[in-house]
Design a protein around this ligand. Sequence first.
Ligand SMILES: [Zn+2]
Length: 351
Amino acid sequence: MLRGHTSILDQFRRALAAGRLASTFLFVGPPGIGKRLFAQRLAQGMLCERRPEEALDPCGECASCRQVLAGSHPDVQLVAKPADKAFIPVELLIGEKERRMREGLCYNISLKPYSGRRKVAIIDDADYFNKEGANCLLKTLEEPPPKSILILIGASEQRQLPTIRSRCQIVRFAPLAERDVAAILVEQGICTDPAAAQSAARMSGGSAGRAAQWCDEALVEFRGALLGVLSQREFDHGEAAKLVSQFVESAGKESAAKRARLRLVVSLAEEFYRAMLLVLTGIASDEDDSALSGALKTAQRWFPGDDSATACLEICLDAYAHIEANANQATLIDWWLDELAAAARAGRVAI
Ligand SMILES: [Zn+2]
């Protein structure tokens, strides 16, 4: 079952019942709150063979429902940015060079629905179009084929090109309620202990994806160690680099998995510096999170000031860009830790 976002679901039901459903949507909201799942459930609800479309209550058992769930329904297509690419490859939208506009999402959505009902195209990671990709998509957005629904999913409206944004109906998703996050963790078997699920939910900021991380013991342990390092005025660079490298390597052999893991590491540090910035401007930290509040207490004794915290945050943002650009992992980790140490000591960065 779909948790949360009930008022959005009701809006879609009303629009369908009135026969006034728009054909292009932009779903925005923080990561890990179920936007993609919502889009897939919407597709399932509209194509279910047993329930009326406007009920948006898929039976989950008919052939159509099962195909949507398995990602094999001929009228539903999902495109997302591959983990090892900086952008959504244009080929996914309009086909390979020698088959331009004869395959890809923009082509598929222009075909008649196989089921006779609707065609649904979902583009996740819509924050990552390059110019060519955006241009291809614009044509489809300008003249959506009959019976087609195109759903773009992104983190925020601001990241979308104005030309894309203005052609979509924007649907804003809010973080999930804590009880919904906890229920999702238990339902999906991510966390079997309801009390642990509850406490993971409390620290999740309304994101089931983030809450799931809190159920990963290895990650929780690593985070404790990393925060321990970052909260020290003088840390052993070699030890810190080893800690990070080992954790990144444990993601497996695939370079995409390692990059995702490194992004996660940087996001943990980013979270720490954001919290530090709040503490330095007089706002108390989240008391539910003992690892974070402990690290903040330690760092507060020596941290030079909010411009240092800002500089460290910027270094983390730069690090994401380097990860996206496939920088050498060991060099990147060294650079990142060096810059952080320097910024935290001096309050400014010399680049
Ligand atoms: Zn069904």
